[in-house]
Design a protein around this ligand. Structure first.
Ligand code: XMP
Length: 310
C-alpha cells in the first residue's frame, strides 16, 4: 500500500463528503478510532468534534489517557459520561448478541444521535476496518459498528450519515497509516481493543461489580504481558464459579481467564507460548483479587474460538 497516497485520498474524500457541514467521531483509545481521529482532524480540523464516550465499559484510567494523548497532538477530546445509559441498557442481558445489540443501540440511537443534535453535525466518522465488515457479513461475528453492510440505513434510522475512511484496511494497514500520520507509537502499536469494550470479556450479565473485577484483572494482564509484544492480551470473567481456599476457609469464587494471542489482522490467531514464570505470576496476582480463586490460560486458537468471548 502507498500510505501517503491513501492518506491524501482519504483527506480529500472526507473534505468532499462533509463539505461545509461538520462531523463528530468517538475515540475509544483503540487503534482504529485513534487513527480515524487524527485522519479526520487532518481533513476537517475544527469541522470535526471528537468525543470520548465513557460507557462504564472502558479500561482503568482510559478516559484521562485518551484525552491527554490527543491533547498532546493538539486535538481536543470532550468526555461524555454515558455510564448510566449503557449500564441500564445492558441490565439483565445474558445472550451475547443481545448484549452487542444493546451496546449498538445505546451508541447509535442514543448517544451519537444526541451528540449530532447538540453539535449540529451531519456526519459520524467511524473507524470500521475491512476485517470488521468481512466477519460480520460472513456471520462470524456481529461487530458493534457494522450497520450499512447488514442493511441498516443510519440516515433513516438515526438521522446522520456515517463515513468510514478505514474500511479498505486491515489492522496492519491501519497501523502503517497511524505511523505515517505521526501518531505516537504507543498509540498505533497499542493492542486492539474492541468497541463494545469490556462487555466482550464478561460472559453473562454486565454489572458494575463484574466490570470492576474484569477491569482490575485486565490492568494486571496488560501490565504483565506488555513486554511479550503479543498481538492482543486480556482478561475474561466467566459466569461459572469454583471452590477455593482462602485464609483456611473454603470459598465459592470467580474464575478469570487470561487470553494472549499472536496474529497479524485478527482473522486467525494462535496462542502465545508464555513462559511458565509469567503464567505463575499472573495466577498469583489475579487470584489476589477479591473473591477470585481460579486463573485459567486459554489455549484455543482462532478458529475455532474467536478472539473475544462475547
Ligand atoms: P473476534 O472476537 O471477532 O475479534 O475474533 C477479532 C478482533 O476484533 C476485535 N473485536 C471488535 N472490534 N468492535 C470492534 O471494534 C467489535 O464489536 C469487536 N468484536 C471484536 C477483537 O478485539 C479482535 O482484535
Amino acid at each position: 500500500m502507498d500510505v501517503q497516497r491513501f492518506i491524501d485520498d482519504k483527506v480529500r474524500e472526507l473534505r468532499q463528503a462533509v463539505g461545509s457541514a461538520s462531523a463528530i467521531n468517538a475515540a475509544s483509545g483503540g487503534v482504529d478510532s485513534s487513527v480515524c481521529t487524527v485522519l479526520g482532524h487532518r481533513a476537517l480540523s475544527d469541522h470535526l468534534k471528537t468525543f470520548f464516550i465513557d460507557n462504564a465499559l472502558m479500561r482503568q484510567g482510559e478516559p484521562q489517557r485518551v484525552v491527554q494523548t490527543f491533547a498532546r497532538m493538539g486535538i481536543p477530546v470532550t468526555l461524555v459520561d454515558a455510564r448510566a445509559e449503557f449500564l441500564s441498557a445492558l441490565r439483565g442481558l445474558i445472550d451475547p448478541e443481545a448484549k452487542r445489540e444493546a451496546i449498538t443501540q445505546a451508541f447509535y440511537a442514543q448517544i451519537f444521535r444526541r451528540l449530532i443534535e447538540e453539535t449540529g453535525a451531519r456526519f459520524l466518522i467511524h473507524g470500521t476496518i475491512l476485517t470488521d465488515i468481512e466477519e460480520t457479513v460472513a456471520g462470524i461475528k456481529r461487530q458493534h459498528n457494522i450497520l450499512a453492510q447488514i442493511g441498516i440505513d443510519p440516515e433513516k434510522q438515526f438521522g446522520y450519515r456515517i463515513l468510514e475512511p478505514l474500511a479498505e484496511l486491515r489492522k496492519d494497514g491501519v497501523r502503517e497509516v497511524g505511523k505515517a500520520l505521526g501518531l505516537p507509537n504507543e498509540v498505533y502499536e497499542r493492542i486492539p481493543f474492541p468497541g463494545p469494550a469490556l462487555a466482550t470479556r464478561i460472559v453473562g450479565e454486565v454489572t458494575e461489580e463484574r466490570l470492576d473485577l474484569v477491569r482490575a484483572a485486565t490492568a494486571i494482564v496488560e501490565e504483565e504481558l506488555a513486554p511479550t509484544k503479543a498481538f492482543q492480551y486480556f482478561a475474561v470473567l466467566l459466569t461459572d464459579k469454583a471452590t477455593g481456599i482462602r485464609g483456611g476457609k473454603r470459598e465459592f469464587g470467580h474464575i478469570i481467564v487470561v487470553r494472549c494471542i499472536e496474529s497479524t489482522d485478527a482473522r486467525e490467531a494462535t496462542v502465545t507460548q508464555l513462559p511458565w514464570k509469567t503464567l505463575s505470576r499472573l495466577a498469583d496476582r489475579i487470584t489476589a483479587l477479591p473473591n477470585v480463586n481460579r486463573c485459567l490460560y486459554d489455549l484455543t486458537p482462532k478458529p475455532p474460538a474467536t478472539v473475544e468471548y462475547v
